[in-house]
Design a protein around this ligand. Structure first.
Ligand code: DHB
Ligand code: MG
Length: 223
């Protein structure tokens, strides 16, 4: 079993289940042309995020880590009329690419890309009155995942979903002695999720065109 086989299987399912979409394909092309790292979610993963947002009936979505706006488009397309998505991006160039991709997808009326370190944008959003977020997608610098979890909990309401990308990283997450700050961030994040009285969660390993990685999903409960 290798990446080639995984990619063939992604191709099989995507060919049947994930419709070709000019705006998403243009976003990938523009991101590659701008030299962004190819770290966006795969098409079937983007559709998973989209479906989860729809199942949840999410009206307010917060994304931490926009990159070129690819997952942003998937999530924004799940919003009902009047819905809103705010996506945070530390890199001004990447944020510019994301804005252009969102505009091309016809979603600029419901998506805001905020430039700057997420840990600076998050307190500002709270001060501006952001509350009742229905879905948070955490996909930025992994060492800060524990802090992003705290912010996700402050800004969400019961019934919200918190989703984190890249929680497996080729299996490195299972190494308690890892010195990699990204792995340590994901492990600490997972331990905080596990210990939190208002969260119930699971994590899944994934393979595919993005290699071997995974998602963590947590539901915010009342108690
Ligand atoms: C990296 C970050 C991501 O969000 C991702 O999906 C893949 C890789 C990284 O920083 O290496
Ligand atoms: Mg990611």
């Amino acid at each position: 079993m290798d990446t080639r086989r995984w990619t063939e299987v992604d191709g099989y399912f995507n060919g049947l289940l994930v419709a070709a979409d000019p705006a998403l394909e243009a976003a990938l092309a523009a991101s590659a042309a701008a030299g962004l790292p190819p770290h966006q979610v795969a098409p079937n993963q983007g559709k998973l995020l989209h479906l989860l947002a729809r199942v949840r009936g999410a009206r307010t979505v917060l994304e931490i880590g926009a990159l070129g706006g690819y997952s942003t488009i998937w999530l924004a397309r799940a919003l009902p009329e009047g819905g809103r998505l705010i996506s945070l991006e530390a890199d001004a160039r990447w944020a510019g690419t994301a804005r252009a991709n969102i505009e091309r997808a016809g979603l600029a009326d419901r998506v805001e890309i905020r430039t700057g370190p997420a840990l600076e944008s998050l307190p500002r959003l709270e001060a501006e009155g952001l509350t009742g977020v229905d879905l948070v997608f955490i996909d930025a610098d992994k060492p800060n995942n524990p802090a992003y979890l705290e912010w996700a909990l402050r800004l969400t309401r019961p019934g919200a979903l918190i989703i984190a990308d890249n929680v497996v990283r080729d299996g490195a997450v299972a190494d308690p002695g890892s010195a990699d700050p990204r792995v340590r961030g994901v492990r600490r994040f997972t331990e905080l999720v596990a210990a939190h009285p208002r969260l119930t969660a699971t994590a899944l390993q994934t393979v595919g065109e993005k290699g071997y990685d995974g998602f963590l999903l947590a539901l915010v409960t009342d108690e």
